[in-house]
Design a protein around this ligand. Structure first.
Ligand code: SAM
Length: 370
């Protein structure tokens, strides 16, 4: 089961299918269930999934235990039912660590219950640890130390499910991301944006407000044979992006996204989450007008080029249209607890009326004149 940000479920399912990881059996809220190919038959390992937050093996499943106080204790039965030898083999075969050095459990449930998540975690964790002959780390004592096997219990009102994390740590924690900045993007969302942009070999990919460089690092990870360049107004962000992109074909410089130091039409792809999601305030020329940002994106995009932009709402879309870009795909996602939109845009091609108003911009103009 792959866990993901709400709104990325179809993107994760597509990545699973594209990489021949298995067959999708169910798509739910923040979950994509799939029957994994044997690793020898799969083209890649499940641990290579970039758009998922994490990937788990199904360890055991039973009925939801209801709301009574004793419900948590009843969940120990799930831990007793799991076939630990098979799970250990599958975990290793799919690229996870061999053996178990410790146990930590994370529980979540829908609705009000007469027990806490810690009650569930301790009931399940103690049984698992005893069966495996290893130590149990209760989350009551804080975050678990590294190296423990990660188990997850979910109660959705109908079913109780026990899952085992395949990797040693959650997949969304990227080794390259040594430095962070305020408003930095969750790497699986950045990976989804790069995939949505359809980055191709040899492309020049530009992020005008690159922050810690997450979008460019993910784009390069998907296509190592691109040229990536990022700009940011804050020196701190430039330093973070340079450190995170060390060793990658990513150039980072300080510049104002309202006046980028690049020629017209240089970028095949633009990837960005601009500074108007609430966490970061726009600075420089963008503080004066968001229109500057759109005008620059339109200027630097090559004819027929693609931009993928994370926006805090659809109210932003007409501004992009007024600058001659055409929105071709909108996807609602929940990022950092807030609703946002991934929007893919295309720039007009010369034969297709570059310089002429697009159908979308004509629609915006006529709706404004009404
Ligand atoms: C939401 S953050 C981008 C986060 C980035 N995608 C990441 O993953 O770390 C927005 C960035 O815009 C930058 N910024 C604000 N005003 C700017 C401007 N006028 N030109 C360029 N960057 C600007 C901020 O410094 C901040 O790093």
């Amino acid at each position: 089961m792959a866990r993901c940000v709400h709104g990325l479920e179809p993107t994760v399912a597509a990545e699973i299918l594209r990489n021949g990881l298995g067959m999708i059996t169910h798509i739910g809220h923040r979950e994509v269930h799939f029957r994994a190919e044997r690793p020898a038959g799969a083209r890649r390992l499940v641990l290579g999934l970039r758009t998922a937050d994490d990937v788990f093996l199904l360890a055991a499943r039973g009925d939801d235990v209801g709301t009574s106080r004793r419900g948590a204790d009843a969940l120990a039965g799930l831990a007793a039912a799991a076939d630990l030898a098979v799970l250990a083999r599958l975990r290793r075969d799919h690229g996870g660590p061999a053996g178990f050095t410790g146990v930590e459990v994370s529980a979540s449930f829908l609705g009000r219950r007469g027990f806490t998540r810690y009650d569930v975690e301790d009931a399940v964790g103690r049984v698992l640890a005893a069966r495996l002959g290893v130590g149990y780390h209760s989350r009551r004592g804080g975050a678990p130390p590294p190296g423990h096997s990660g188990w997850r219990v979910t109660l959705d009102g109908e079913r109780a499910t026990l899952l085992l994390r395949v990797a040693e740590r959650p997949l969304h924690r990227r080794a390259y991301k040594r430095r962070s900045v305020p408003g930095t993007l969750h790497p699986p969302v950045a990976a989804a944006m790069a995939a949505m942009a359809g980055v191709e070999p040899g492309d020049t990919v530009l992020d005008p407000c690159c922050g810690a460089g997450t979008l460019l690092a993910e784009a390069v990870r998907q296509r190592p044979d691109i040229r990536a360049c990022g700009f940011d107004l804050a020196w701190q962000a430039v330093a973070a992006a340079r450190e995170n992109a060390a060793g990658l074909p990513v150039a980072v410089a300080r510049a104002d996204a309202g006046r980028l130091p690049v020629p017209d039409g240089v970028a095949d792809r633009v990837l960005a989450n601009p500074p108007w999601g609430g966490q970061v305030a726009p600075g420089g020329l963008l503080a004066e007008s968001a229109a500057r940002w759109w005008a620059e994106v339109r200027r630097v995009l090559a004819p027929g080029g693609t931009a993928v932009v994370l926006l805090p709402g659809v109210a932003e879309v007409p501004l992009g249209i007024r600058h001659g870009l055409t929105p071709v795909h909108l996807q609602r996602v929940r990022v950092a607890g807030a609703e946002s939109f991934l929007v893919r845009w295309t720039a007009p091609r010369p034969g297709g009326g570059r310089g002429q108003p697009s159908p979308a911009s004509r629609a915006v103009r006529s709706s404004r004149s009404r």
